[in-house]
Write a protein that binds this ligand. Sequence first.
Ligand SMILES: [Zn+2]
Length: 361
Amino acid sequence: MFQAFFGQSYADAKSRFLGAAARQGCHVQSYVNPAASGVDGESLTTDVAYCGSTDARSLLILTSAMHGEEGYCGSGCQVALLNDQALLERAQANGIGILLIHAVNPYGFSWGHRTNEDNIDLNRNFCDFSKPLPDNRHYLALHPLLIPESWPPGAENAAAIQAFITTEGEQAYREGMMLGQYSHPDGLFYGGLSPSWSNLTLRDILGQFGKDRDRIAWIDYHTGLGPYGHAEKIFVQKGQPEYQRARSWWGADVVSVVDPDSSTVDIGGTGMRALLEECSHVPELTFMAQEYGTVPMDEVFLALRGDRWLGCHKDADPAQRRAMKAAHKAAFYPDHDDWRGAVVGQSRTSLLQAINGLSAG
Ligand SMILES: [Zn+2]
């Protein structure tokens, strides 16, 4: 039954989302990305659906595709919510408006990349560009190893990466890979040198819909880290009261990025900053990134590296390209009913908990 919530392409996901939003009578608005069109020539939009009263004091936000191809998951959860009358009514009865932001990065969603039209990782792009950008010295060393001349990488390449880990440590490798870098526009986890279209669009939406609220909660959906089908609840805000509130709503398995148990690292420039900056007048802001596991991390990283290798090798063999694109999609969207079921079930629990949290007091 969950199959119907999930699209098989960006265009399919968007049409399921817009169809479900129309059936619910949501207010809908669309933002067209002027930089590019989609893989089948379709227009690339971030679409917004708002359910509930415009003067609701509380707001629950769900975002999909901050990381392009990860969008199948978040889009499916958004469509599931649009089909969940009980949750929608509960939100409405408690003075909570629901804001669904579909495809923050429509380019990556359509073309099958984690990054946007400029190879920018949006979750590294919300920096203060008036200040010097973070310097990721580990990435500098890793870049030529991560994106080697030929693909697939051979035993020599694996040995060189292992030698880096042995010398610098596992944490240096994780940080080098995931912290974000601002020196290699063709590399992995590139944060860009100025705010991207998606960054400005998201800020615009949050500024507009965040006005006149007392409380905002935001769940940002991601995939690719952690055990298959399991939702890791990642807390990226700073501040003890916020952390305590997130744990009281969503449980003791909310993990802060600074916690050693976290699958991720403490990244600067995440999308959450848009909320803190555009909605700074709102007294209570609660943010959680929800990260659904797919395939083992080594396979996810290999798929990401491969996608960047393809980006640097436009003349790659078409059959090899197709196989690598399929592996990339599978790394961020396991096309299986058990996975979709696990995702929708856990998402519903988190949404109910957020509605309860926003209703309390
Ligand atoms: Zn992600």
